[in-house]
Design a protein around this ligand. Structure first.
Ligand code: HEM
Length: 405
């Protein structure tokens, strides 16, 4: 059997896809000593773990993996407690709230960023656009003071460093915990103020939401907002960078999308399959379970490699090919049942912000194509993906024909 490169090794970080193939084909269940977890990589195994029809898996692992930086969030909840929390927060991310309140915020924030470089003829789509756009949108959706957006951005960076710290660097861990304290010191008074003077923003919606007589505490709302930094910021940031990298590297598909904007949802779905922003998520086994012929004991952490499962040849034809025209992928993102790539997971924790992410990415792509005619990668530049837990191009220098007003 081939040696499987360690998921913490530099060669894996440089290009995890060959290792994913070896895992899927030869070692679909691996015990990984450094992260003290069982690694799984096949589509059918991840689908089973996420859907969890037999109550075999929990998200208790998040009690130590994300609790130090976020506190207790929806991701750690299960059963009825989770369903109620989900019913409290989900309406804000779909339907009328999304269309009427937040779509204009998305469109304006994207345009404002584009206006900073559209006259210049060159930009780095990661630094100048992707890393700023989703987090600006969340800050404004929450109704935070514009003057505080830069601090919000700083917390965002620290939270992401904490979550990506698979190797357990103590300084990164300590910085993450400091962020939790600072974020709470900032957020709790804002929440209390918003309870007294509600507005049209997401924070006010979360403060007044009530399901079966249950409301969220200040601490619950603060933890949810903290989760949004990573869950809604970094993920969408990576999705935007990756959709552009994929299209720029496949100029004929970029030309097709430019010609027919109706293809943007296909490009988004295929990007989520081919280069998912979140490459791995964890679960905990509630009982002893058999996966791909091997045994996982009760109470073990299970690392689920989304990046590997999305390229499983048993599920997707010619999986290593980026092809927005493939017919084995649906493009609707609204409900977990309709999503067949695993980028948003499946089942009870299926991404609550999937429609918001779709609106942001699709708006962003449309506006960028309008603002940047003739867009192409800067001469000699080959995009380099970075990250193991979340992953996307490190930078994306492009040139285009400047557009005057
Ligand atoms: C859950 C991915 C955008 C909010 C998740 C999960 C994944 C994911 C994989 C499941 C985590 C797990 O089960 O352990 C993504 C990707 C995005 C994205 C790839 C962008 C392309 C967003 C946005 C928001 C958001 C824009 C909100 C602003 C959440 C929340 C959860 C979640 C709150 C937890 C849901 C629950 O526990 O019930 N996301 N996400 N996400 N996402 Fe997203």
């Amino acid at each position: 059997a081939q040696q499987v490169p360690d998921i913490l090794s530099p060669e894996f970080a440089a290009d995890p896809y060959p290792a994913y193939r070896v895992m899927r084909e030869e070692a679909p269940l691996i015990w990984h000593e450094p992260t003290q977890s069982y690694i799984i990589s096949r589509y059918e195994d991840l689908e089973r773990v996420f859907k969890d029809r037999n109550g075999e898996f929990t998200t208790d692992n998040y009690n130590w993996q994300i609790e130090p930086v976020h506190g207790k969030t929806i991701l750690q909840l299960s059963g009825r407690e989770h369903s109620v929390r989900r019913a409290l927060v989900a309406p804000a991310f779909r339907g009328a709230d999304l269309q009427e309140k937040f779509l204009p915020v998305i469109e304006r924030n994207s345009r404002e960023l584009l206006d900073t470089f559209r006259h210049t003829g060159s930009a780095d789509l990661v630094a100048d656009y992707a890393t700023r756009f989703p987090v600006n949108v969340i800050a404004e959706m929450l109704g935070l003071d514009k003057a505080d957006h830069e601090r919000f951005h700083g917390w965002y960076t620290s939270v992401i460093a904490f979550l990506g710290n698979l190797a357990g660097d103590p300084e990164v861990a300590a910085a993450g915990e400091r962020t939790r304290v600072e974020f709470a010191e900032y957020m709790i008074p804002v929440i209390q103020e918003r309870r007294k003077n509600p507005g049209e923003d997401l924070l006010s919606t979360l403060c007044s939401a009530e399901v079966d007589g249950v409301r969220m505490s200040d601490e619950d709302i603060k933890a949810f907002c903290s989760l949004l930094l990573a869950a809604g910021g970094e993920t969408t940031d990576k999705a935007i960078a990756s959709i552009f990298a994929n299209l720029l590297l496949h100029p004929e598909q970029l030309a097709a999308v430019r010609e027919d904007r109706g293809l943007i949802p296909r490009a988004f779905a295929e990007t989520l399959r081919y280069t998912p922003p979140v490459h791995m998520i964890m679960r905990q086994s509630a009982t002893e379970v058999t996966v791909s012929g091997g045994t996982i004991p009760a109470g073990a952490t299970v690392t689920c490699l989304i990046g590997a499962a999305n390229r499983d040849a048993d599920r997707f034809r010619d999986p290593d090919r980026f092809d927005i025209f493939r017919d084995d992928l649906t493009t609707t993102t609204a409900f977990s049942a309709a999503a067949d790539h695993l980028a948003f997971a499946l089942g009870r924790h299926f991404c609550v912000g999937a429609l918001l992410a779709k609106a942001e990415v699709e708006t962003g792509v449309g506006q960028l194509l309008d603002a940047m005619p003739g867009i192409r990668l800067a001469d000699g530049y080959d995009p380099v993906e970075q990250g193991v837990f979340t992953r996307g191009p490190q930078s994306l220098p492009v040139v285009f024909t400047p557009v005057a007003d």
